[in-house]
Design a binder for this molecule. Structure first.
Ligand code: TYD
Length: 208
């Protein structure tokens, strides 16, 4: 159930595209207008899903097949949906989610064969919700990867798959945006933080 005023906004893009910084700014801007906002992320956003996050983001790139990853990400998403997203939307809040199913469509759906159909079927069966608005942070993956690697965290399984993969994923995200223009806003994320933030806010205002 979605209450009046509730909106589900997702942020997508290749690694290092600056989503997390922009998500935080967006939250502050909306709160300054008196709106109630929940900022969350995937994989994670609930206790159980954060546990699954460690399994999928740490360790060897070959650790899981794409099929196993789809199941793990979907399991994490289901828990996140039940415990965090749905209750917030039912309470009329704005939910800003750093990554959602479009990441699965691209990261698991395109990188190791074409698994898009499986992901869409599973999503329909187990999740059944799409965002009201998806902001795609589009930028040169070479720049993104350099930024992402500079963070030096243990969560680098996908970054370790290399630049070729990031280039394919960027194209995949742009294709998704072209397939669902009513839901997507493509943001040029290769600019200064302020410029990106002002485009983000304009897109969000238009959707509220
Ligand atoms: P995250 O901390 O969100 O990285 P960033 O700040 O760069 O966005 O890391 C999430 C990683 O998990 C990222 O490499 C993308 C990947 N991922 C998937 O492969 N499938 C998914 O369904 C999700 C949600 C994330």
């Amino acid at each position: 159930m979605t209450a009046t005023g509730a909106r589900f906004i997702t942020l997508e893009g290749v690694d290092g595209s600056g989503k997390s910084t922009q998500a935080q700014r967006m939250k502050e801007a909306l709160e300054a207008e008196g709106r109630s906002v929940v900022l969350t992320r995937e994989p994670g956003g609930s206790v159980g899903a954060e546990e699954i996050r460690r399994l999928v983001l740490e360790g060897d790139p070959e650790r899981w097949s794409a099929e196993t990853e789809i199941l793990l990400f979907t399991a994490a998403r289901r828990d996140h949906l039940e415990r965090t997203i749905e209750p917030a939307l039912a309470a009329g809040q704005i939910v800003i989610c750093d990554r959602f199913v479009d990441s699965t469509r691209v990261y698991q759906g395109l990188t190791r064969g074409d698994l898009r159909g499986v992901i869409d079927d599973l999503h329909r069966m187990m999740i059944g919700r799409e965002a009201d608005l998806t902001l795609l942070f589009d930028m040169d993956p070479k720049l993104g990867l350099a930024r992402a690697k500079a963070r030096q965290t243990v969560e680098e399984r996908f970054e370790d798959m290399g630049l070729e993969m990031q280039i394919r994923m960027r194209a995949g995200f742009l294709e998704l945006a072209a397939q669902a223009p009513e839901r997507f806003a493509v943001i040029d994320a290769g600019r200064a933080v302020e410029a990106v933030a002002s485009d983000v806010l304009a897109a969000v205002k238009a959707a509220l």
